[in-house]
Design a protein around this ligand. Structure first.
Ligand code: SF4
Ligand code: SF4
Length: 271
């Protein structure tokens, strides 16, 4: 299996790769003329971030629930502390569902890990163990990939610009903080209702938006009108808000206050 995703590489392997910083140079060029064109989009591990799903479902004109049902799988493993979502390869050919004759059919909205390839990024744990806590990058060299034999040269920074990775970075970093939160390491057992909340907030974002606006949520919690409007129309803001909600509802961080008028109403009910 070809792995575009640095998160599934093991630490020993990462330790053996040269460490790259943002100014480090590497040679690579992927284009329709390479003999391996499209080969890396078969039988590949692609983990999806919340922003990947927001972009893909919008590009396809479907809801997040439809996207998740049709295009993803939820791997089950005893070491997984919260749900993760992967692209489902075609049952017969093992091709990525978005692979077309001319390459990636969702190229403008392709996932973060497809943009990053051939670069991998160390997780905070790996950076701590292998590079004194400094984030670093490395090249994922796969035999099938002939892009490394091409002459085009990049710095890591230039690659990020070329792949429009900055749009993905902020929300990716916030997602990393949520998914690697110490709660998931230290909690003895995590109630199913919390895991369902995690899944809805991180992946089924249209359902989360509906939950916010169709329930009494905004009557109960103090959220200013400007932000509420942004959450209604802007997927990135919805995702940011969702991460705050998970910090409050799962990790117990004091990020939300009940509205004063709701509290007063509640007092009256009690009387
Ligand atoms: S989303 Fe596009 S680039 Fe990524 S594996 Fe699928 S076809 Fe390839
Ligand atoms: S050069 Fe590498 S990334 Fe590009 S199509 Fe070939 S295998 Fe995939």
């Amino acid at each position: 299996m070809f792995d575009k995703n640095p998160r599934v590489l093991n630490e020993e392997l990462i330790a053996s790769y040269p460490k790259l910083d943002k100014n480090a140079k590497f040679k690579f060029h992927c284009h329709p003329g390479v003999e391996c064109f499209n080969k890396c989009c078969n039988n590949v591990n692609i983990f999806l971030t919340p922003y990947d799903i927001a972009r893909l479902r919008k590009a396809l004109g479907i809801t997040s629930s439809e996207f998740l049902a049709k295009y993803t799988i939820l791997p089950i493993a005893s070491n997984l502390r919260h749900p993760i979502v992967m692209l489902k390869m075609d049952d017969r050919t093992l091709d990525c569902p978005f692979l077309g004759e001319n390459g990636c059919a969702v190229y403008q909205d392709r996932p973060w890990s497809c943009r990053m390839f051939p670069l991998g990024v160390a997780s905070p744990n790996e950076a701590e163990k292998l590079n004194n806590g400094e984030e670093f990058y490395f090249l994922i060299k796969e035999d099938v990939c002939k892009g490394f034999e091409e002459d085009k040269e990049w710095t890591v920074d230039e690659w990020f610009d070329d792949q429009n990775l900055s749009e993905y970075q902020e929300l990716g970093e916030l997602f990393k903080e949520i998914s690697l939160h110490k709660f998931f390491v230290t909690a003895r057992a995590i109630e199913p209702v919390k895991l369902e909340m995690f899944y809805m907030v991180c992946y089924d974002i249209d359902k989360f938006r509906k939950f916010l606006f169709d329930s009494t949520f905004f009557k109960r919690f103090d959220v200013d009108d400007e932000r509420k409007e942004k959450i209604r129309t802007d997927d990135a803001e919805l995702i940011r808000f969702g991460f705050e909600w998970l910090r409050f509802s799962i990790f117990g961080e004091k990020l939300f206050n009940l509205r004063k008028d709701y509290l007063d109403l509640d007092k009256h009910k009690v009387k």
